[in-house]
Design a protein around this ligand. Sequence first.
Ligand SMILES: O=C1C[C@@](O)(C(=O)O)C[C@@H](O)[C@@H]1O
Length: 259
Amino acid sequence: MNSVKIGPIRLGEGKPKIIVPITEETDMDILDCANFYRRQPGDIVEWRLDFYEDFSDYERLVELCKRVKTTIQKPLLVTFRTLGEGGEASIGKGQYVEMYRRIIQTKAVDAIDIEFDRGQDILDNLIPYAHKYKVKVIVSHHDFIKTPSEKAMIEKLRAMGQTEADICKMAVMPHDTADVLRLMTATHQTSTIIDQPLITMSMGAMGRVTRVAGEVFHSVATFGAIEGMISAPGQMDVEAIEDIMMELSLEEDPFDDDY
Ligand SMILES: O=C1C[C@@](O)(C(=O)O)C[C@@H](O)[C@@H]1O
């Protein structure tokens, strides 16, 4: 597994990095939130476009994107999560491509999220385009209903790894302990066979352990909430995540010498 930089933040070395989502709907609330996040913990900010009331007005979208970037002064990940994958809005293929191309052209984004199941044509169109503008690509897959078999998750992540994506991400819904353990095992297994770093999580309360223990099972980032602004079930407060990850850190422990 390689490491990858989003802006100055390197993912894949040391503790998992924390990504905080903006899920506001209006220009004003989005900018207020961006301004607030500038002074809050969190390594990277994710702007969830599917929450934005006017995502289909490209001119407005592009201007707002530039303002969000200058306001947060942190690396910016832009994501449009579609309804079928747990998002807030649906969008046609043509519009999806056009919207992301405009966003990429702003040079105000450091990374974009592309859903793997949108199709090979979309990946072939957007990944090289993003890379031309030095924008990193996270290819993602979400299952809000269940946790697939270990084999199915590894196959999916491996297929994602065969694209030119910089990072592969998977979020699944657990129903029991075995589901949570399977997500961790599949992540670890895949990290030994593909080059890209992985971001994975088991959602809901039961999956919370996966949102803080990524360093152990090889998930390089986690999504955390500021003042309760969650973008998926199970996300925890950023400060709590920081504290727990510090305790779980695999970095050298000064007390180790005693044993
Ligand atoms: O893909 C993900 C992961 C996520 O669904 C989570 O479970 O934390 C939250 C989303 O905002 C993000 O785009």
